[in-house]
Design a protein around this ligand. Sequence first.
Ligand SMILES: NC(=O)c1ccc[n+]([C@@H]2O[C@H](COP(=O)([O-])OP(=O)(O)OC[C@H]3O[C@@H](n4cnc5c(N)ncnc54)[C@H](OP(=O)(O)O)[C@@H]3O)[C@@H](O)[C@H]2O)c1
Length: 265
Amino acid sequence: MTTSTILVTGGTGTLGRLVVPLLRDAGREVRVLSRREREREGGGGVAYVTGDLLKDEGVEAAVEGAGVVLHLAGGAKGDDVATRNLVRAARAAGVGHLVYISVIGADTVPLSYFRAKLEAERAVAESGLPWTTLRAAQFHDLALKVVTAMGKLPVVPAPGGVRWQPVDAREVAARLVELALGEPAGAVPDLAGPEVYELAELSRGYLRAAGKRRPMLPVRVPGGLGRAYRAGENLNLDGAVRGRRTWEGFLAERVGRGVERAGGR
Ligand SMILES: NC(=O)c1ccc[n+]([C@@H]2O[C@H](COP(=O)([O-])OP(=O)(O)OC[C@H]3O[C@@H](n4cnc5c(N)ncnc54)[C@H](OP(=O)(O)O)[C@@H]3O)[C@@H](O)[C@H]2O)c1
């Protein structure tokens, strides 16, 4: 294991903000790439560099001298382009280990976000650099964003057969740090949450925790996307490592009221 600087792209995001202090706790120097201008020395052994992976700006300076790159930056669009730009710079800089976070279903769910993640995975695997890629399920934070938005509607849509297995971002962060500090391992087992829920169940848990009452309206997701969800192609039911933190536990922390899952599965 080297002790060189670790570059964290996406170090300011939901996941990255959890990863950075864990790397610091492990005694590593951390550099964070962000599109926003920040003080170069953020204090506590974290340095910030300004750059944009999509526009391919500031990427060479970001990777310079980094032994490990933990690539967590992402958005709704363009993860393939951003990752290719990062890979090019990382290769030129001779980075020793490139660690990438992808999503379960990257190869099966017919949405452009998932396709871009698959292309990004390929760019990492074909980079010629030593690499590790972890696919994770949707984070609790994302599930909360979705059900909060739906909970603002007068009637909450309940898409039949759409299931998620949300995972706690803290557990994903801990796993990524373990991977980044270890030897390059290629594609490692997926990481999902402990339980599978219908999307409507996630909404019901949220509404209960928030003390809200809303009627729910069954809807059908049409086309190939609906078929993929109903076939569970966004899930890895047998193959994934399961986190321990539950949706109910997360809601109790974030939404305030203690909640238990109603009934069985
Ligand atoms: N959320 C989920 O449920 C989930 C599930 C599985 C996998 N993932 C993957 O996990 C990663 C992190 O997700 P997250 O939810 O933590 O994301 P997030 O909170 O939306 O944060 C996105 C991060 O990416 C950075 N970023 C975005 N565009 C960039 C660009 N063009 N150049 C440089 N940096 C850029 C942002 O930095 P600045 O704004 O500071 O520039 C920010 O730190 C993503 O790759 C995502 O696909 C997420």
